[in-house]
Ligand binder design. Structure first.
Ligand code: HEC
Ligand code: HEC
Length: 386
């Protein structure tokens, strides 16, 4: 049996479980290797756009300008791109993100309001919510470490409303969207862009959200060595990486990091230690956070909801600690028995840690759009950076 067939079997097994149908035993998989549909494990090349916000190039162009333009922030000093920047894999390279009143980029940013969480990458955010069968509904795709927003359209306005991220003190939450709409309505180039995207010059919050969502759905990095391998190019992964893939499955990582995005998009309690500045009790007060995708980790350290771990070895050593003695909390606010069963049962030793890291490194695709606009329609600093 080939090794990538093994990976396919695993996802098939999960699919069987969820459909409650009978599953095919390990050695009787009814597929010849060449018949394995590649799309089962690869990310697709096409993105599904929601029926109520289909892709158009004009919406993309508007969304890209808005994404880079600090005109959306209260004090015109910070843009979406400040914290989701291509130089840091569309995250910011910081443990906790840094908001209004700051200057500089990434780890060098100083003075900004402290955000209580790590900025996730928006690479492949178009595929959030994808299940083991490759199905997802972009309109309700889960967003944020606690899954509190449904879909990119709902998510897009929340950073603008947030005091620490983009709004600042000068403008009240109830007024910021009107303020932004007024500002955009007074910039000729934006009026042209809204007209091209939506048929007339009206600026409103729904259109802003739709354009930002459209742009973000194009920020894709889905051609890693792993994807090439799943597409039939057996030489794309080294024997060590294939070994790591099987170890990743065998020790139980794929119980939660499943499907093409390597996430079940569910909430789990792991007991990641609190950041010294913030105790974050997660989505339901249970220190539970969404399983993140494991794609493109090369660009997005530090890791976890609070950036508590600087590299993959620290993440794996954390899993080793919590799985020893069947549950060993690393956060004093979390009891051992609160930790997700699947995490307590992981079976790691040092050799396995090294193998798994090799496999995770095969999930990077550095061929993504890193272009930065030369200017933004407001004439302010592109990305809020001077
Ligand atoms: C100050 C830094 C900062 C700014 C500015 C910012 N973000 Fe974020 N972004 C974050 C952080 C931190 C999170 C995670 C918050 C959480 O999970 O509670 C996040 C989460 C997200 C997510 C969810 C990704 C996922 O997989 O769940 C998306 C999408 C996103 N931001 C898009 C945007 C857009 C669009 C803008 C501009 C309108 C923006 N962000 C502005 C820091 C920032
Ligand atoms: C019980 C489900 C579960 C299991 C099993 C699991 N993880 Fe995770 N993983 C999560 C959750 C949830 C987080 C985020 C936790 C947080 O931020 O507090 C996470 C975070 C991570 C991160 C950080 C990614 C980022 O962008 O910050 C990596 C890397 C990772 N896991 C790898 C693994 C590996 C390798 C294994 C197997 C040894 C594994 N995980 C097993 C649920 C799981």
């Amino acid at each position: 049996m080939s090794l990538y067939k093994k990976f396919f079997q695993f996802t098939l097994f999960i699919a069987c479980l969820s459909l409650l149908t009978s599953c095919v035993p390990d050695n009787e998989i009814p597929f010849e290797e060449e018949e394995i549909p590649g799309s089962e494990n690869m990310l697709p090349s096409d993105v599904i756009f929601p029926a109520n916000n289909p892709y158009t190039e004009a919406k993309f162009t508007l969304g890209r300008s808005l994404f880079w333009d600090p005109v959306l922030s209260g004090q015109k000093d910070i843009a979406c791109a400040t914290c989701h920047h291509p130089s840091f894999g569309y995250a910011d390279g910081r443990a906790l993100s840094s908001g209004v009143n700051g200057s500089g980029l990434g780890p060098n940013r100083v003075g900004g309001d402290v955000i209580r969480r790590n900025a996730p990458s928006i690479l492949n955010v178009a595929f959030n919510g994808m299940d083991e069968n490759g199905n997802y509904n972009p309109r309700f795709a889960p967003m944020f470490w606690d899954n509190r927003a449904d879909g990119l359209e709902e998510q897009a306005l929340l950073p603008i409303l947030s005091h620490d991220e983009m709004r600042g003190v000068a403008i009240a939450e109830a007024d910021i969207i009107d303020t932004v709409v007024n500002r955009l309505s007074n910039i000729d180039e934006y009026l042209r862009l809204f007209e091209a995207a939506f048929g007339n010059q009206q600026v409103n919050e729904q259109r802003i959200a739709q354009a930002l969502a459209t742009f973000q759905r194009t920020i894709i990095a889905n051609n890693s060595p792993f994807d090439e391998y799943m597409n039939g190019n057996e030489a794309a992964l080294s024997p060590q990486e294939i070994q790591g893939m099987n170890t990743f499955i065998d020790v139980g990582c794929a119980d939660c990091h499943s499907g093409s995005m390597f996430s079940d998009f569910e909430l789990h309690t792991l007991s990641v230690p609190d950041h010294p500045l913030v105790s974050d009790d997660g989505a339901t007060g249970n220190f539970d956070f969404r399983t993140p995708s494991l794609r493109n980790l090369q660009f997005t350290a530090p890791y976890m909801h609070n950036g508590g771990f600087n590299n993959l070895r620290e993440v794996l050593e954390f899993y080793d600690d919590i799985s020893r003695g069947n549950g060993n909390s690393q956060n004093p606010n979390v009891n051992d028995n609160q930790i997700a069963q699947e995490a307590r049962q992981l079976n790691l030793n040092n050799g396995e840690i090294n193998e798994i890291i090799q496999f995770l490194n095969a999930l990077n695709d550095d061929d993504f759009d890193r272009t930065i606009p030369n200017d933004v329609p407001s004439g302010l600093n592109v990305g809020g950076l001077d």
